[in-house]
Design a protein around this ligand. Structure first.
Ligand code: FAD
Length: 307
């Protein structure tokens, strides 16, 4: 059995693996793919101390760093159940869709999250070419340009306020007849001169010239009319879904499906820890996932030396 078994292969899991292995304890990793969301990213400009890198390159760097410590990596493997120890001090078990079973004294869950997609033509084609999911990451790329934010919930309005400071103009499109964000955010948005809100709007297509985004079209739901909007960027903010459906019966999840953790990464199950985008940690970013993964590994080590 492992001392620490990590589920996931993104920034949080990689940091956890490095921190655990450096304690000289037996460390394993089970992951669907190595790199996580980083693999879906092109330019990364906020990886502190690295002025510019690209997703595939960072994923390779993470892999190389983890592999340097002789961590046992099972991939591609999808975990489908966590069977917690029946009594304290016994082993926890992770099973995989391929029928594998791995046991460990401590488990770190770092399965990340997936952005909810609009599912319209052009969205995938223009990903990283004007379609973005992360205002903190890509906002500066649209300096002085006109952009749209799809989604009028808290994340959409926060994004719009943030982007209004960098870009020339922000149009928010909300499907429902009114914005769903907190009133304080809505008031702040309305106080900004370079923002427009369109409600009752169903985005139907992302338009482009083959290389980059040039606009979008939406249906005005009241009239059924299709209208166009000229923009250079489309930020999709319609939800981030944690990859935790397989854990509903075993660990406490928030109403958004995030694994509830304390400041040391403990879940409600002793010996089971969690880190990164799959948890209640505020702000979902690479460097934040590193910190969370390292914290969870140190807390797991603490658990091992006490039990
Ligand atoms: P993830 O990166 O989501 O990794 C989770 C891993 O777990 C994946 O490898 C997945 O395959 C695996 N997994 C999931 N379920 C299972 C299972 N049941 N069994 C086994 N394995 C499983 N952040 C920045 O800081 N800067 C940026 O510029 C930036 N740009 C981004 C651009 C895009 C397009 C996207 C989508 C995100 C971007 N982010 C950026 C956010 C950043 O990528 C995430 O915050 C970060 O990757 C979260 O790390 P994580 O390890 O928690 O999860």
């Amino acid at each position: 059995p492992y001392d620490v078994l990590i589920v996931g292969g993104g920034p949080a899991a990689s940091a956890a693996a490095i921190y655990a292995a450096r304690k000289g304890i037996r460390t394993g990793m089970v992951t669907d793919r190595r790199g996580g969301q980083v693999l879906d990213t092109m330019s990364i400009e906020n990886h502190v101390s690295v002025t510019y890198t690209e997703g595939p390159r960072l994923a390779e760097d993470l892999k190389a760093h983890v592999d340097q410590y002789g961590v046992d990596v099972y991939t591609p493997q999808l975990a489908d159940a966590l069977i917690p120890a029946s009594t304290p001090g016994e082993l926890h078990e992770i099973s995989t869709t391929s029928g594998g079973r791995l046991r460990a004294k401590a488990i770190i869950l770092a399965t990340g999250a997936s952005w909810r997609l609009m599912g319209v033509p052009g969205e995938n084609e223009y990903r990283n070419k004007g379609v973005s999911f992360c205002p903190h990451c890509d906002g500066p790329l649209f300096k002085g340009k006109r952009i749209a934010v799809v989604g009028g919930g808290n994340s959409g309005i926060e994004a719009a306020i943030d982007l209004a400071g960098v870009t020339a103009h922000v149009t928010v499109l909300e499907f429902m007849d009114e914005l769903k964000a907190d009133q304080v955010l809505i008031d702040k948005l309305h106080s900004l001169p370079n923002t427009t809100v369109i409600t009752g709007a169903r985005t139907t297509e992302v338009l482009g010239d083959g290389d980059k985004v040039t606009g979008l079209s939406y249906e005005d739901r009241a009239s059924g009319e299709i209208r166009g909007l000229d923009v250079d960027g489309v930020f999709v903010q319609i939800g981030l879904m944690p990859n935790t459906a397989w854990l509903t019966d075993t660990v406490t999840l928030s109403d958004r499906g995030e694994i509830v953790i304390d400041e040391r990464g403990h879940t409600n199950v002793p010996g089971v820890f969690a880190a990164g985008d799959c948890t209640t940690v505020p702000y979902k970013q690479i460097v934040i996932a590193y910190g969370a993964g390292s914290t969870a590994a140190l807390a797991a080590f603490d658990h091992l030396i006490r039990s």
